[in-house]
Design a protein around this ligand. Structure first.
Ligand code: ASP
Length: 353
């Protein structure tokens, strides 16, 4: 009798174990275009091609191995080169991803996207989608038709990450070239090679043969911990923020022109520590007094802008972008402006995200 019960127990335990190791997570791949969906005239065209050509089902069919990782379905949200993404597409994508992560039968979302503004879309989703489910953005540097195309393995790894329960609650990611990056501090730093994405603080982990290996976690606010929420943002446009690139021998005209065009904040992509040339300071102060937020970022890709160094930010009522590069500072500033016009409050947000 005892032996029979034990055998039955072992059998059912075995069944449960084998079912749970067999049950796969559900991942939705949202395609938006970019080089990962690009096509060139020949296999040797690794850099000359047309982006955003291949539909999502073809992308998925090209990597049948993803079916071993998860139950995957594709959605074609956009078919564009990412440099042409405007607030309208960004907001609509965020709403679509938000709807997906709210569904109980979706465990993770992958977004295939052009690499040019991959970091911007990733950071935006990181700020406005409240979820602990993994959101993974992925692209490729070579089109699908090129020799040694990097898209298929990147897509395979992105699906593996989105299906991985260990990625839950760790934020929004960019998966490129086997590396798992935090959306907030990764940036495209090389325009031609497959190791294009770099974070000055390092990758969060690495993804090898479909398995994630983690090494660090972000201490900043993201997703569930964010005070911004796509559900509270109405319309098709964010408050207008523009970037002015700093250099020697600058004219102040670009700042005034952007303010005239309706910019509510200007990101100064300054030299060094977000430095401002002395002939530009009066223009920035005048704009600040008119209610335009002046945010000092840097054109230098590493380090961070130290407040009240080189310029008296407290005295002028300016904001520093901390370690956010100008394009990420632009998005955080736009979201901040949906909530406040107070420079001190905006500065708090730049420390926290
Ligand atoms: N211009 C392309 C894009 O961002 C480049 C790429 O995907 O790598 O859509």
């Amino acid at each position: 009798m005892m032996k029979k019960t034990l055998t039955a127990l072992t059998l059912s335990l075995g069944l449960v174990l084998s079912f749970s190791s067999y049950a796969k997570n559900n991942v939705v791949v949202v395609a938006t275009g970019g080089t990962i969906a690009g096509a060139g005239a020949s296999s040797t065209n690794s850099a000359t091609y047309t982006a955003a050509k291949v539909p999502v089902d073809d992308l998925l069919n090209a990597v049948p191995q993803i079916k071993d990782l998860a139950n995957v379905r594709g959605v074609q949200a956009l078919q564009v080169a990412s440099e042409s993404i405007t607030d309208k597409e960004l907001l609509s994508l965020a709403r679509q991803v938000n709807d997906l992560v709210k569904k109980p039968d979706v465990n993770g979302v992958v977004i295939t996207h052009g690499t040019d503004t991959l970091e911007e879309t990733a950071f935006f989703l990181n700020l406005v989608v409240h979820t602990d489910k993994p959101i993974v953005l992925v692209g490729s540097m070579r089109p699908s038709t090129a020799l040694s195309a990097d898209g298929p393995l990147n897509l395979y790894s992105a699906v593996a990450l989105a299906a991985d329960d260990s990625a839950k609650g760790k934020g929004t990611f960019i998966l490129m070239n086997d590396s798992i990056f935090a959306a907030r501090d990764v940036s495209k730093t090389i325009n031609l090679h497959t190791n294009a994405f770099v974070s000055q603080w390092g990758a969060l982990g690495t993804l090898i043969e479909g398995k994630s290996y983690w090494f660090r976690q972000s201490v900043k606010r993201f997703n569930n911990r964010s005070e911004f929420n796509i559900e509270n943002i109405k319309g098709d446009a964010l408050p207008l923020v523009q970037i002015v690139y700093g250099s020697g021998n600058m004219l102040p005209d670009a700042y005034t022109a952007y303010a005239k065009a309706g910019a509510k904040a200007i990101i100064h992509a300054g030299t060094g520590n977000g430095s401002v040339a002395k002939n530009i300071v009066p223009t920035l102060n005048q704009l600040q007094q008119q209610g335009v937020q002046i945010i000092r970022s840097s054109r230098v890709p590493q380090g961070f802008v130290l407040r009240n160094a080189e310029q008296p930010d407290d005295k002028y009522g300016w904001v520093v972008a901390h370690d956010l590069n100008p394009q990420k500072a632009k998005l955080l500033a736009a979201l901040a402006l949906t909530k406040t016009k107070d420079a001190k409050e905006i500065q708090r947000m730049f420390w926290e995200y």
